[in-house]
Design a protein around this ligand. Structure first.
Ligand code: SF4
Length: 370
């Protein structure tokens, strides 16, 4: 079946009242939060990645939320370190919808839509594609790929945001993955509890009920994202038997501050969500204004460790550009070079320059989205 023949049920559920254009953002008064130049730049920024801001985000539009979701003129500024496909998805995609790096786990991307689009997204070149949902035939091929590889133990649903799928389709995918004998864990990477918590409803919870372990990893970057509705959505997931972890992207002007990070990690733990990763931002084009230096990130994390308990400490990680995998950003695998750059050793012992001196080539590694 071609993608044009996609079953109607595979399509993301459209959201009423989501703001999707510069005009709607201006009408909602959001331009005042970011700057006058940005009004003119928004349409051009939206060419690289669409605009989407949900009613929930609009209702809770704090500065840290605006900075993440409202496009700005800064997205139009190229940077020498910008790297298209920064973590090498394409080089590791043997069939549509699969990204396979480590032998024991695969990413499955059933759609490329999200309720709201984060302006720093490392998949910004793919996200929002009109025809980004896997067709039935493409899903068959993706499941067959996994079924043929007995070393794969974990299937990681990402995207786009998998909780944007209609519950029937989500349930079908979760159950087909869980039914593969060697799959032990199905992991869902999502930002839905933050961007549109009402989607975590009874149908969604029923879709996630499976005969194998199902984990949920929440993408959350600032304590202001943990609204009452978001907290309630996470509680529904946890009370449905789904353990929750979190991942946070270190973002300049959003959370590159030890007090903010400490408040975030404590607030997550208080909601029974275990901090998992703090990601150093990837080198996606148009996102340089969000990137802190590794030196600053390391200093922040060292300070964070002094302030919070072990249960509140995520692992600070760098995804080596080109798809060579994550490495702990604090540890001995990363060494400062004399020219202000770094040498990073991947899990196979190969050394890479960071930021890369030239476009990286693909290799074996692991990564996650959402
Ligand atoms: S970071 Fe995640 S939720 Fe945000 S736009 Fe990218 S894929 Fe969607």
């Amino acid at each position: 079946m071609s993608r044009a023949n996609n079953h109607a049920n595979n399509r993301p559920i459209p959201l009423p009242r989501t703001l999707r254009s510069a005009g709607e953002l201006i009408e909602a008064g959001l331009v005042g939060l970011v700057g006058a130049d940005d009004a003119q730049a928004m349409d051009r920024a939206a060419e690289a990645m669409p605009i989407a801001i949900t009613p929930h985000l609009l209702d809770h539009m704090a500065p840290a939320i605006a900075r993440q979701f409202v496009p700005t003129a800064a997205e139009l500024q190229p940077h020498p370190d910008d790297t298209p496909d920064p973590i090498g998805d394409e080089a590791h995609s043997p069939v549509r919808g699969i990204v396979h790096r480590y032998p024991d786990r695969v990413l499955v991307k059933p759609l490329l839509h999200c309720p709201a689009y984060c302006r720093f997204c490392f998949r910004r070149g793919q996200i929002g594609e009109d025809d980004g949902s896997l067709s039935d035939a493409e899903l068959d091929a993706a499941v067959a790929y996994i079924a043929e590889r007995t070393a794969v133990r974990e299937a990681i649903l990402t995207g786009g945001d998998p909780l944007m799928l209609p519950p029937a389709r989500l349930g079908e995918i979760v159950h087909r993955l869980a039914a593969v004998p060697h799959i032990e864990v199905v992991r869902i990477h999502t930002r839905v509890p933050v961007t549109d918590p009402r989607r975590v409803n009874a149908e969604t919870l029923a879709a996630l009920r499976a005969e194998k372990a199902v984990f949920c990893v929440l993408h959350c970057n600032h304590p202001d994202e943990l609204t009452d509705e978001t907290t309630a959505a996470c509680a529904r997931l946890i009370e449905a038997g789904i353990p929750m972890l979190s991942q946070t992207v270190l973002l300049k002007g959003v959370n590159d501050d030890v007090e903010v990070l400490a408040a975030l990690m404590r607030a997550l733990v208080a909601r029974r969500i275990t901090p998992y990763y703090l990601h150093h931002p990837d080198l996606a084009p148009g996102t340089a204004h969000f990137r802190s230096t590794l030196a600053k990130g390391r200093a922040l994390v060292a300070e964070l460790r002094k302030q919070v308990s072990g249960i509140c400490m995520p692992t600070y990680v760098l995804d080596i550009p080109g798809g060579f995998g994550k490495v702990p950003a604090e540890g001995p695998l990363i060494e400062a070079d004399s020219d202000g750059r770094y040498r990073v050793r991947d899990r196979l012992g190969e050394t890479h320059a960071y930021p890369p001196a030239k476009p990286p080539r693909g290799a074996v590694a692991d990564t996650e989205a959402t």
